[in-house]
Design a protein around this ligand. Structure first.
Ligand SMILES: C[S@@+](CC[C@H](N)C(=O)[O-])C[C@H]1O[C@@H](n2cnc3c(N)ncnc32)[C@H](O)[C@@H]1O
Length: 364
């Protein structure tokens, strides 16, 4: 199935889920499902009725530890569960923007926001691969069980990086692939729509995050993940291949988003740094917790010059980016000044000699 067909399939699926014409995922009620994902009773009762459709695989707004006044972006906000909870955490001085590509989900979320008079939440129609949000907007990007549904996941992480403010963070709940899926499971369209067949391997997700420019990457399999995943497709054995995970990362301080944009001639170091992370990151795998923690180093102040925008990272030429006033630029600056002085001397000196004096000035 090509990317367009996949997106149409997913949009149609969640359109029918939003209107109540189909149920997703497994036999549990929405509230039972959300409790098993880590939402507290207090959180669930605080929600506008119908905002919780039981569609997540974790509790990203709890993971994000939001502060009053922060700006939050929710990728694939559905009926708004995490947006409404985030709105309470950031308070009236903060702002929450939910983005979803399914009209029916958006209509549902907007109706709930209006009903409860939420003034610091808005829901925008859009694809999370092309966020309808300006650069450097968010303190936090959250998402709950959505990125696995997207064909181009690397693009989603690049977009998350772009809209984050420098120093901002991602706190994502999503499924990851723990072993290659057998063909009968990977080709099952229902398993794709129910957030199972589209999961990417943990290592791949880590590479995408690093390539997007994020640091302090941490991917951890959720305790109790097997039971949760098994409940979405009982009897299929999918829990042997897919797990629910939390995904965290940070945009380094002082990195403007324009360096991460694909159209730019200077790209923030991507694939190359990804290899650096692989070499130097400390990966700790704890069998007891079934978690992997990757502590990536702070990225160097380095940019990549491309000969063609479509170049692969491995073919890119690296140039060190130093501040314009640094010592490294001094010799070039002095040489330019000397060349300019010589030019002025050669061009204007003869003019000064041959130009006749202005009337009234040369008489003496
Ligand atoms: C599994 S539901 C999760 C909804 C919500 N995060 C929650 O926890 O209730 C997936 C949602 O992601 C949306 N979605 C899927 N792919 C998307 C994309 N490429 N861009 C925007 N939204 C997308 C769907 O419309 C759907 O509302």
């Amino acid at each position: 199935m090509n990317a367009t067909d996949t997106k149409t399939l997913v949009r149609d699926w969640y359109g029918t889920v939003a209107t109540g014409d189909a149920k997703c995922c497994g036999p549990n009620t929405a509230q039972e499902a959300s409790s098993s994902m880590g939402y507290s009773e207090a959180e669930l009762v605080s929600l506008p009725e119908g905002a919780d459709l039981g569609l997540g695989c974790g509790n990203p707004q709890a993971l994000a530890a939001m502060r009053s006044g922060e700006v939050v972006v929710d990728l694939g906000s559905g009926a708004g569960i995490d947006c409404f909870l985030a709105a309470r955490q950031v308070g009236p001085g903060g702002r929450v923007i939910g983005v979803d590509m399914t009209q029916e989900m958006l209509a549902k979320a907007r109706a709930k926001a209006e009903r409860v008079g939420a003034t610091n939440v808005e829901f925008r129609l859009g694809e999370i691969e092309h966020l309808p949000i300006a650069d450097n907007t968010a303190d936090v990007v959250i998402s709950n069980c959505v990125i696995n549904l997207v064909p181009d996941k690397a693009q989603v992480y690049r977009e998350a990086f772009r809209v984050l403010k420098p120093g901002g963070r991602i706190a994502i709940a999503d499924v990851v692939n723990t072993a290659p899926l057998p063909p009968e499971l990977s080709a099952d369209a229902t398993l794709l729509c129910t957030c199972l067949a589209g999961a990417a391997p943990t290592r791949q997700v880590e590479d995408w995050l690093a390539a997007a420019g994020l640091t302090d990457i941490r991917i951890a399999i959720k305790p109790g993940s097997r039971e949760l995943v098994a409940s979405w497709a009982p009897g299929r054995g999918i829990e042997d291949y897919v797990a629910s995970a939390t995904i965290e990362g940070r945009k380094p301080d002082g990195v403007p988003s324009s360096r991460a944009e694909g159209s730019s001639r200077k790209h923030y170091l991507g694939g190359r740094r990804s290899r650096r992370v692989r070499r130097s990151a400390k990966a700790r795998i704890s069998p007891a917790e079934n978690t992997m923690q990757i502590v990536a180093p702070k990225p160097p102040r380095t940019a990549v010059s491309t000969t063609s925008p479509a170049s692969r990272p491995s073919k890119l030429a690296l140039t060190a980016m130093t501040p314009p006033t640094s010592k490294a630029h001094a010799p070039a600056l002095i040489a330019s000044c000397r060349r300019f002085s010589a030019f002025v001397f050669i061009v204007f000196r003869p003019l000064e000699i041959t130009t006749p004096p202005a009337p009234g000035l040369g008489a003496n």
